[in-house]
Structures are given as structure tokens and as C-alpha cells.
Design a protein around this ligand. Structure first.
Ligand code: ADP
Length: 171
């Protein structure tokens, strides 16, 4: 069965998917934006698990992903991935952003996740250009789900109008 790709405008902490993805930072200790919203809504259990992962492996590198349970959220898991900070496209930002989506989907598959919701990673505080980020997100998700069976639905959750309109155009 082909993976369904859907689009929602709203708050990812309210989404009832098997897993929601967090745009975390490499400390895994919480931050602003969607990261702050997830920890606020999910309660302290998520941060405690992040601390344990940090103690074990020293945080999470850019482009990588780790998984925790979801505390009080309606989801079962939170997959924390660290997006690249945009630096004029001079480094490997585009490849690293694609890695975030790919590694999150792989971790989802490894944990029996069928439905997964993504925020627009790196397009807030990390200033990745929203149009480029949307194109990379869609291309990477389509590429992964076309070659890996097991995920039934990927939901893109856009918080701001600009991202929502970009995804609407691309889908
Ligand atoms: P980053 O540091 O990766 O840029 P941010 O959290 O600053 O992370 O922003 C990533 C995206 O998450 C932005 O597009 C922002 O609009 C969006 N966002 C912020 N809060 C929420 C939320 N509660 N649900 C979904 N998306 C959110």
C-alpha cells in the first residue's frame, strides 16, 4: 500500500499519530519553538528520557534522530531530530536536512510506527529557507516511503501560514 502524505495546519502536540517528530537541538535538553511546545505539553517524562540518552551518547548530532516515549501527548513516541542551522547554504545544510527526515523515518520503522507527523524542521530559529526546506522534506519522504514499506501515513504539520501555503502548492 502506498504511503498517504497529508497536510495539516496547526499544533503538532495535538496530533494523534504513532510518532511526532521534534525539531530538537543537539543538547536534547529542550529549547524554544516546537521543542518547547512538545516538552511543555508532554510533561517531564520526555525530558528525563532525553537526559538519559544524553548521558549515554552525549546528545544528538545534526541530521541524526533519537526516540523517546511521548509522556502526556496523544502520540506514542517522540522522535527528536536535530536540523541544521542555515548558513547561506555554504555547508551541508541541504544534505543534513534530508538526513533528518530519512533518519526519523528509519527510526519510526524500527519501532513499528505506522503514522508519523513532522514539523517544518529548521525553518524557525534555524532559518532554513522555507521553500527549499519544503522541497527537501517532500522529496526525501517520498523517496524513503517509495523504497521502504511499513509507514502508512506521513503528516506534515505546518504551524505558520507561509509553510502551509508552500506545502499546499507542492502537494
Ligand atoms: P528549528 O530550530 O529547527 O528552526 P523551530 O521550533 O524554531 O525549530 O521551528 C521549526 C518549525 O516549527 C517552524 O516552522 C515553526 O513555525 C514550527 N512550530 C513552532 N511551534 C510549533 C508547534 N507547536 N507545532 C508545530 N510546528 C511548530
Amino acid at each position: 500500500m502506498p504511503t498517504r502524505i497529508s497536510l495539516i495546519k496547526g499544533d503538532i502536540t495535538r496530533i494523534q499519530a504513532d510518532a511526532i517528530v521534534n525539531a530538537a537541538n543537539s543538547s536534547l535538553l529542550g529549547g524554544g519553538g516546537v521543542d518547547g511546545a512538545i516538552h511543555r505539553a508532554g510533561g517531564p517524562a520526555i525530558l528525563e528520557e532525553c537526559r538519559q540518552i544524553r548521558n549515554r551518547q552525549g546528545g544528538c548530532a545534526t541530521g541524526e534522530a533519537v526516540i523517546t516515549t511521548a509522556g502526556k501527548l496523544p502520540a506514542r513516541f517522540v522522535i527528536h531530530t536535530v536540523g541544521p542551522v542555515w548558513n547561506k547554504g555554504n555547508n551541508t545544510e541541504e544534505a543534513l536536512l534530508a538526513s533528518c527526515y530519512r533518519n526519523s523515518l528509519q527510526l519510526a520503522l524500527d519501532n513499528g510506527v505506522n503514522t508519523i507527523a513532522f514539523p517544518n524542521i529548521s525553518t524557525g530559529i534555524y532559518h532554513f529557507p522555507k521553500d527549499k526546506a519544503a522541497a527537501i522534506a517532500l522529496e526525501t519522504v517520498r523517496g524513503f516511503t517509495n523504497t521502504n514499506a511499513g509507514i502508512s501515513e506521513v503528516i506534515f504539520v505546518c504551524f505558520d501560514d507561509e509553510n502551509f501555503q508552500l506545502y499546499q502548492k507542492e502537494l
